[in-house]
Ligand binder design. Structure first.
Ligand SMILES: [Zn+2]
Length: 322
């Protein structure tokens, strides 16, 4: 009856509804401030080009010692001009990307209005995906072994590129009745393609449910992030057979591990985590779905490497302030 209930997070959802969870964001505010100020001090002045930017202690100011240009340390980041403090914002993003709590439930926890939080998380997500490769390059030491690639059809929905109407979204509170999964126009289908190599998780999306194209984008991206790519393991879909890359496949319907030990278990596992996470949105636009899936993959990569929380902060800040 309640197949759509989350396998993880049900009890936490109840605690949110009861209003028993509160956050103290101060320690995170401090971490974000320290990281952002460090990144500012490493870059040159956007006004005069001198390497003389200073972060002032006990103040939000960033200040150029040469031309006197001034700004605030959150400038050009998603933290700027937000009704949430940087720490609260980070908490919101972690709850969004790393749990099955809905955005509505997260808004209830942190109490800004839904639209604001939704828009801010989207912006945060874009910035995170853009910054991830730079941070990944710095933190990842060894990404080794075969790259497993697999795809899954995602029946997404969208009013031609728009986000779902809000009244159609899960309000989080009523498990019985009142829940309607928003299904937009027909034909808005995506194929998610994931590449898993060691601790790296790259998720990409292609329009449509047909799988005619090559695996170009996701393979290239995985290659960039874990050079050299090495062997690619996939299932036996025709699309994969035309691949130019050094490549072996396992045919799924027959067995899950080939005689040579080839399998796609890592990526199957990723799907089993990603699907319930995507389900919490109860409908996403195409762009929204692709970006959400990418975010999930990248955050999972950071989690699997055991990257500290400032790795996450850096992913958000590193390119913005460049
Ligand atoms: Zn200057």
């Amino acid at each position: 009856m309640h197949e759509d209930r989350p396998a993880f997070g049900q009890r936490i959802s109840e605690l949110v509804e009861l209003g028993v969870i509160e956050f103290r964001a101060d320690p995170l505010d401090t971490i974000v401030e320290r990281r952002l100020k460090t990144i500012w001090e490493e870059r040159s002045c956007p006004h005069c080009g001198a390497d003389s930017l200073h972060a002032l202690n006990g103040s939000d100011r960033i200040w150029c010692g040469r031309c006197d240009w001034k700004t605030t340390y959150t400038r050009w980041t998603p933290f700027y001009d937000s009704e949430l403090t940087p720490g609260e914002f980070l908490i919101a993003f972690i709850l969004y990307a790393d749990t099955l709590l809905s955005i509505t439930q997260i808004a209830e926890l942190l109490s800004p209005c839904y639209t604001t939080l939704h828009d801010q998380l989207r912006e945060f997500e874009t910035t995170f995906c853009r910054g991830f490769p730079t941070v990944w390059e710095r933190i990842s030491q060894t990404v080794d072994g075969p790259t497993q690639v697999d795809e899954t059809q995602q029946v997404c929905s969208g009013f031609k590129g728009q986000d779902p109407p809000r009244e159609g979204l899960d309000r989080g509170g009523s498990p019985e009745g009142g829940r309607t999964r928003w299904t937009g126009d027909q034909g808005d289908e995506l194929t998610l393609v994931a590449a898993c190599r060691d601790v790296l998780r790259v998720v990409s999306a292609q329009e449509g449910s047909d799988y005619e194209d090559d695996l170009g984008p996701v393979i290239e991206e995985a290659d960039d992030l874990s050079q050299p790519l090495g062997e690619v393991w996939t299932d036996g879909l025709p699309a994969y057979r035309g691949m130019e890359h050094d490549h072996r496949y396992v045919v799924h319907d027959e067995r899950y591990v080939s005689d040579e030990g080839v399998h796609t278990n890592q990526v199957e596992c990723l799907w089993s985590l990603l699907q319930p996470w995507l389900a919490k949105f109860r409908g996403l636009s195409k762009q929204g779905l692709e970006q959400a899936a990418r975010t999930y993959g990248f955050l999972r990569s950071l989690n699997l490497t055991g990257a500290p929380i400032h790795g996450l902060v850096d992913s958000i800040a590193v390119n913005v302030l460049r």
